[in-house]
Design a protein around this ligand. Structure first.
Ligand code: KG4
Ligand code: ZN
Length: 337
C-alpha cells in the first residue's frame, strides 16, 4: 500500500510517500521558519498563505522522489487536527481535491497520534509504551496503547515546553526558534548558576501534569534583576539553568509514569525531543528502552501522516469529503482519530 501523507498544521509544509505504513519512499519538508523569524513566532496568516503557495510543489516533489505516479497511490492521508485551522484547511482541501480527482480514499489523521507513530517508521516498537510528545504546541505524557489509541496521563496546564523555550529566547533576544538556540548556548553554560523554581509536584489526577508559566516568568524576571543591578547576565548560564529546569520538570513526570505504569519503553517525539540535555538524561537510564526518532521524524513531517494513514486505510477506515479541520482535540481522556 502506497500512501501520500500531507502535513500543514503549523509552519512546515510537508508531504511524503510511505509504503505499507513503514517504508519511507520520500519525505519532503519545506520549512517556513525564515518567514516567521522576524516576528519571533508563527504568524497564522503567513503560515496559511505559504502553505497555499507551496503545497502543490511539495506534493509534486514527494511523488517524484518516490518515483510514484498519482494514479499508483492507494490513498491520501492528511493532518486534520489539531493545529492552525487556516493552515490545516490548505492541506485538507488539497488532499480532498486529489482524492476526488483520482478516485482514491482519503483519511484525516490526528497530528498527536501521528507523532507517536513516527518511531514505527524507523524500527518496530511494541505497544504499549510511554509517549513523551514535546513541541511548540504540545507537552503530553501518555500511555500509547496502539497507533490509534492513547491515554493522556498528563499535559501542560499553561504553556507548552517549546513555547516556554521560545518565549524566554525572544525576551532575551537569543534568536528564533528559541529551543535550538537555548540548547546550543546551554552546552557551554553552568546549569547551577541560577536556581529557577520548579512547580510543586502535583497530586492525584494532575500528578503527571507540567506547568511552565512560573519558570518562564522567573527566568524573564532574572534578566530584569540583572539589568537593574547593572551586572552583565551570562546568556550561557541563563540558558543552561533554564534548560535544566524546563527539562527536569518533564523528566520527573516521565520517571513517575515509568514507576506507576511499569512500562519500560519510552518514545520521545516533537521538536523539543531534539534537546541535548533531555536526550542525555533519558539515554542514561539503561534500565529503559528509550527511542528518539531521528530529528527529521521528530519535527512535523508527512511520513508520519502517511504511515499512520496507511494503518487506518488497511482497516478499511477512511474519511468522507466532509472532513474538516479542528484547532484542538480534547485531552484528559482516551483520544482516537
Ligand atoms: O515539533 P515542532 O517542530 O513544531 C511544533 O511545535 O509542532 O517543535 C518546534 C518546537 C519549538 O518550540 C522549538 O523551539 C522547539 O521545538 N525546539 C527545541 C529544540 N529544537 C526545537 N526545544 C528545545 N531544545 C531543542 N534542541
Ligand atoms: Zn507537531
Amino acid at each position: 500500500m502506497r500512501i501520500l501523507g500531507i502535513e500543514s498544521s503549523c509552519d512546515e509544509c510537508a508531504a511524503a510517500v510511505v509504503e505499507d505504513g513503514r517504508r519511507i519512499l520520500s519525505d519532503v519538508v519545506a520549512t517556513q521558519i525564515p518567514f516567521h523569524a522576524k516576528y519571533q513566532g508563527v504568524v497564522p496568516e503567513i503560515a496559511s498563505r505559504k502553505h497555499t503557495e507551496w503545497v502543490y510543489g511539495v506534493v509534486e516533489k514527494a511523488l517524484a522522489e518516490a518515483g510514484v505516479r498519482p494514479a499508483e497511490l492507494d490513498g491520501i492521508a492528511v493532518t486534520a487536527r489539531p493545529g492552525l485551522v487556516g493552515s490545516l484547511l490548505v492541506g485538507i482541501q488539497f488532499a480532498k481535491g486529489m482524492a476526488y480527482s483520482l478516485g482514491k480514499p482519503l483519511v484525516g489523521v490526528n497530528h498527536i497520534l501521528a507523532h507517536l507513530y513516527a518511531p514505527q517508521l524507523e524500527a518496530p516498537v511494541a505497544y504499549p509504551f510511554l509517549g513523551l510528545l514535546v513541541s511548540g504546541g504540545h507537552s503530553i505524557i501518555c500511555r500509547v496503547e496502539d497507533f490509534d489509541r492513547i491515554e493522556v496521563l498528563g499535559t501542560t496546564i499553561d504553556d507548552a515546553v517549546g513555547e516556554a523555550f521560545d518565549k524566554v529566547s525572544k525576551y532575551y533576544g537569543f534568536g528564533y526558534p528559541g529551543g535550538a538556540v537555548i540548547d546550543r548556548l546551554a552546552e557551554s553554560g553552568d546549569e547551577t548558576a541560577f536556581a529557577f523554581p520548579k512547580p510543586s509536584l502535583h497530586k492525584g489526577e494532575h500528578r503527571y501534569d507540567v506547568s511552565y508559566s512560573g519558570l518562564k516568568t522567573a527566568t524573564i524576571h532574572q534578566l530584569e534583576q540583572y539589568r537593574k543591578q547593572g551586572a552583565a547576565a551570562s546568556p550561557e548560564n541563563i540558558a543552561a539553568s533554564f534548560r535544566k529546569a524546563a527539562v527536569d520538570i518533564l523528566l520527573s513526570r516521565v520517571f513517575r509514569a515509568v514507576e506507576d505504569t511499569g512500562l519500560r519503553t519510552v518514545v520521545a517525539g516533537g521538536g523539543v525531543a531534539a534537546n541535548a540535555y533531555l536526550r542525555r538524561v533519558l539515554a542514561a537510564r539503561s534500565d529503559l528502552d528509550v527511542r528518539f526518532p531521528p530529528l527529521k521524524l521528530c519535527g512535523d513531517n508527512g511520513a508520519m501522516i502517511a504511515g499512520i494513514g496507511c494503518r487506518y486505510l488497511e482497516r478499511g477506515e477512511s474519511s468522507g469529503f466532509d472532513l474538516n479541520a479542528a484547532a484542538r482535540v480534547p485531552l484528559f481522556r482516551r483520544i482516537g482519530r
